[in-house]
Design a protein around this ligand. Structure first.
Ligand code: SF4
Length: 452
């Protein structure tokens, strides 16, 4: 079979076309050395799961670079404290590598607690901390006894695995082992839920929460967007977990089901159809007639509000093509919203996908769609040049590849500043996509790149 694009022999099966033999690319393998992969490490995977807990200090035990390259990595918004945005590191130096960094870690925790009185201090292990063998658990335990503040070890040494997904699980384990189940709610209701895997990027949570509250559910906690650690501590009393980012958070939901008997359902608040289906699934789960009626009224007014607002965008976007190169969950959950705008997803890919992620992508896309795993810059450039989509949806690392090729670009990762979730979020999404795709500047750059 002909390779989809020109690349190294060992990379050829990481790119495939749905419906043409191999519909799931080879994935979840260590990146090929020298190809300048854009992946994040295990520590980065743990940090993006925990970072949105806003009343906590996130202390990186390692050289300064580990903290610097992940500062504000999530783009999560807060409605309350903002101490989660402090960039805290033990800044390990040569002397610490030789004599050990535990004393420095202990002193840093004591000082941070004095300075900020946080809800918790999460201490992240990095590669260097793992190599020199610092006992982070012991230091956390001792400092917790002295300060009275929760000090939570996150055993996230970056080298543990080639896939940052393991970091998501380690972040989840830190919550399961040290936070969830450690506080009882003052009161409970029959409709208590947790929103799991919603990180409030650009304020997405604020497009979802009002809909849920209007339905009549009681949100105990969000894991972890715009949350406080004490709220997550009460999460074990929920009657239902709804899981938004299934890539990062199915793991926690499955473990909570096993440990506390809390069932979970997968939801998705990107796009109209998926928002409607998610609201109905939650109402159906509780089976409360009044809630079901309220939900239908919310859906009716939400759809009515949005319908005429997206018409203009839809006219211009219909028939345009889009390539997705995003985090696992978005690689399948954005397919339908683009179809709702009349657009065609011609490629979908992710950097850290595991087989389950590619099964989901395969289900979501049409036959003939290119599916790509861990594309390096050269491969992505080649695919974009060969297929010239009308839009690339990706993150900061791919932005300039796209713009230099004269291909419109939208950030759907952590650097975006507009919320896209829920009914109103879909209007903002359509507006932003249209602003990029219909911008005259790309017509000019395309001509100049073609040499017209
Ligand atoms: S934990 Fe390791 S791989 Fe991750 S940023 Fe630090 S040094 Fe790099």
């Amino acid at each position: 079979m002909e390779p989809v694009t020109e690349t190294f022999e060992s990379r050829k099966k990481h790119v495939c076309v749905k419906g043409e033999g191999l519909s799931i690319p080879v994935c979840d393998k260590a990146s090929l050395p020298g190809t300048v992969t854009q992946r994040t490490c295990v520590y980065g995977g743990a940090r993006i799961v925990l970072m949105p807990i806003t009343d906590s200090i996130h202390l990186v035990h390692g050289p300064i670079g580990c903290a610097a390259c992940t500062w504000d990595i999530r783009g999560s918004k807060t409605s309350r404290e903002d101490i989660y945005k402090k960039g805290c590191s033990t800044n390990l130096q040569e002397k610490d590598i030789i004599f050990g960094g535990e004393k420095k870690l202990f002193e840093t925790i004591i000082e941070l607690n004095k300075l900020y009185k946080p809800g918790a201090i999460f201490v992240y292990a990095t590669c260097v901390a793992g190599i020199i063998g610092d006992d982070i658990r012991a230091v956390c335990k001792k400092s917790e006894e002295i300060t009275g503040c929760r000090v939570i070890p996150v055993q996230s040494e970056g080298f543990q695995n080639h896939n940052k997904t393991k970091g998501h699980w380690i972040g989840g384990d830190a919550l399961l082992d040290y936070v969830i189940g450690t506080k009882e709610p003052e009161e409970t209701t029959p409709f208590d839920i947790n929103i799991v895997g919603e990180f409030n990027v650009a304020g997405d949570l604020w497009g979802i929460k009002p809909l849920l509250e209007e339905m009549g559910v009681n949100i105990i906690s969000t894991l972890t967007g715009d949350s406080h650690v004490d709220e997550i501590a009460q999460a074990h009393r929920a009657k239902l977990n709804i899981v938004q980012c299934q890539k990062s958070s199915n793991y926690v939901a499955q473990k909570m089901e096993k440990k506390y008997g809390i069932p979970f359902i997968k939801v998705n608040f990107f796009g109209l159809e998926q928002t409607v289906a998610s609201l109905r699934d939650i109402a159906d789960f509780f089976g409360d007639e009044e809630m079901i009626e309220r939900t239908e009224r919310i859906i009716e007014s939400g759809l009515k509000e949005v319908a005429h607002k997206i018409e203009e965008y839809k006219k211009r976007l219909t028939g345009k093509t889009v390539a997705l190169y995003v985090g696992g969950n978005k690689a399948w959950s954005l397919v339908r919203p683009f179809e709702e705008l009349g657009m065609d997803v011609m490629m979908s890919g992710t950097k850290n996908g595991i087989r389950e992620d590619y099964e989901m992508i395969k289900e979501a896309v049409r036959d003939g769609t290119i599916i790509v795993d861990d594309a390096n810059s050269a491969e992505l450039t080649r695919l974009l040049k060969e297929h010239r989509p009308n839009l690339l949806i990706s993150g900061a690392k791919e932005k300039y590849i796209s713009l230099k090729l004269g291909i419109p670009f939208c950030d759907f990762n952590h650097d975006r500043i507009t919320a896209f979730a829920g009914f109103r979020g879909f209007v903002s999404f359509a507006k932003e996509v249209d602003a990029s795709v219909s911008s005259p500047v790309f017509e000019l750059t395309s001509k100049s790149l073609r040499g017209d």
